[in-house]
Design a binder for this molecule. Structure first.
Ligand SMILES: N[C@@H](CCC(=O)N[C@@H](CS)C(=O)NCC(=O)O)C(=O)O
Length: 196
């Protein structure tokens, strides 16, 4: 059985899994779930993931797994997308936990309102924009020092963080002050073969 990803193509969390699987050469099928139309609220979906969220994957052995960063961690087990050195591996996780708590809730949420819901700038609380700016500044600081988030090699931290950073401008963030981020986005997109 081929792994199946249930995802919304507009969601960075879902795209992380597609890019990781492609990079790792893991075959998958994709089922598009429209979250705006209640696609995650059906009985069938809730049996797979009671949290009612995409991404959700059904692995090749039939077991379901959710939470984007948990899924890419599972898929990349034993690969060079996870640093062998324990400290570097912990740094990768540091970035991935930070992404979920201090980056995605601001950068992705602003984009959701502005780009996906088509609302104006007033729809996004100033606090969301301030926290998003702080997250981008934190990334810029690191990427001035290293080509990828954990040193010289691509890791899951880059896949996790590029997902919403590459579309941050769609949330109203001006990326001009962040040249190191822009160069890193291009590097990660090239490494993952992202062309759209
Ligand atoms: N922390 C989760 C976030 C998942 C999430 O928020 N998914 C959104 C789409 S990006 C969703 O399914 N929203 C629909 C809903 O909550 O009903 C992850 O990384 O996978």
């Amino acid at each position: 059985m081929t792994m199946r990803i249930y995802g919304d193509s507009r969601s960075g969390n879902c795209l992380k899994i597609k890019w990781a699987a492609q990079k790792l050469g893991i075959p998958f099928d994709w089922t598009e779930v429209d979250i705006g139309q209640g696609g995650t609220r059906t009985d069938e979906f809730l049996r797979m993931n009671p949290a009612g969220q995409v991404p959700t994957v059904v692995l090749d052995d039939g077991r379901a797994l959710a939470q984007s960063n948990a899924v890419i961690g599972y898929l990349a087990e034993g690969s060079d997308l996870i640093p062998a050195d324990p400290y570097d591996r912990a740094k990768m996780h540091e970035w991935m936990f930070w992404e979920q708590y201090s980056h995605e809730p601001y950068v992705a949420v602003a984009r959701f309102h502005r780009h996906l819901m088509g609302k104006g700038p007033e729809s996004v609380e100033p606090r969301i924009m301030q926290r998003g700016e702080a997250a981008l500044a934190r990334l810029e600081l690191q990427l001035k020092q290293t080509p990828f988030l954990v040193g010289a090699a691509l890791s899951l931290a880059d896949i996790s963080l590029v997902a919403y950073t590459r579309v941050a401008h769609e949330g109203g963030f001006d990326m001009a002050p962040y040249p190191a981020i822009r160069a890193w986005v291009a590097r990660v997109e090239a490494a993952l073969g992202i062309t759209d």
